[in-house]
Write a protein that binds this ligand. Sequence first.
Ligand SMILES: NC(=O)c1ccc[n+]([C@@H]2O[C@H](COP(=O)([O-])OP(=O)(O)OC[C@H]3O[C@@H](n4cnc5c(N)ncnc54)[C@H](O)[C@@H]3O)[C@@H](O)[C@H]2O)c1
Length: 332
Amino acid sequence: MLRVAVIGCGGIGNTHARQYAADKLCRLVAVCDILKERADATAARFGVKAYYDVADLLAGEELDAVSVASAGVENGGDHYTPAVQCLEAGKHVLVEKPMSNDLEKAKAMVNLARARGLQLGVDLNHRYVAPAAKARAWIGEGRIGEPLLCNMELWIGNPNESSPWFHMRALHSHSVDVMRYFCGDVRRVSAFLGHSSKRTIWSNCVVNMEFENGCLGCLFGSYEAAPRHGIERCEVLGTRGRFVLDNVFEDLQLFPHDSDETLRHRWTMMGSGAHSFEDTFKNRLHAWLDELQRGETVSGSGEEALRAMAVVEAAILSFRERRWVEISELLG
Ligand SMILES: NC(=O)c1ccc[n+]([C@@H]2O[C@H](COP(=O)([O-])OP(=O)(O)OC[C@H]3O[C@@H](n4cnc5c(N)ncnc54)[C@H](O)[C@@H]3O)[C@@H](O)[C@H]2O)c1
């Protein structure tokens, strides 16, 4: 059984702790936060030991893997230091998204994990749902045909105005990851960013993408929407059909070009799969543990997250410099 700890005891660190505590593949042995009261409260909640410093945690516990659920600037600025400390101590690391707000630091994390032969995963939880796996299987079975267009919407309400790029960096690792999951690597990007008269940060975006396979993508993103009507919709049109995956996991529909009949999967009530957004964390953390236990290269890896992050950075650069940006400019 894998021995795991959680670093960062905010809302999301507590979600990781809750899921680890319930998962039969691991034992949650400790939590850590530089804020003593947060570490103590989470430790008491799960009946484990509290630490207030990552070095003390690593010295005090025999661990196989660690979740890093810190936050920081653009919700990813604090991840680098504890993630590197854990990798240098020989632990597999699952880091929250965005894996960093700095592309060079994200590359350094990926390179360090590779050099040490360790697994680095990122909590790209939106795609860890049965409907996304089903849609990807349809692509694999040729039911969509050649992917031609990918239309992605991810919009929620978030009033945070702490950085001009907060919306882009804090949110869109998720949406780009889902697009990449279905359509593969992105070759180049062009973007427009905007905001309402009430906002100062770039809280809305339209990002155009050309994938390596020739598929064209468009991401509509916002931090100015009302989540009560759904947060995410992904549609892929191919030469043989089209699917729509609505609201992360709620509804999946296939529209074959050669038939009047559609195929619909719904997961909302009694079926298998996700029943609430919390289940995306449950599924993602379970997959992480399962792959670690099997000694497999993990899915949702640091490398994949780095590629998604590069698309977000390319969108920012495109907007700033009013040109399209090749991903190879950023990743080499
Ligand atoms: N995957 C998702 O769906 C999803 C959803 C929301 C948020 N998130 C991500 O989860 C992360 C955490 O979000 P949150 O709302 O819980 O943040 P938070 O700010 O409430 O909590 C982060 C905690 O980490 C602690 N911390 C920072 N540096 C530390 C260090 N070096 N050692 C120990 N503790 C440290 C802070 O003291 C704080 O208590 C963010 O990266 C955010 O983007 C992911």
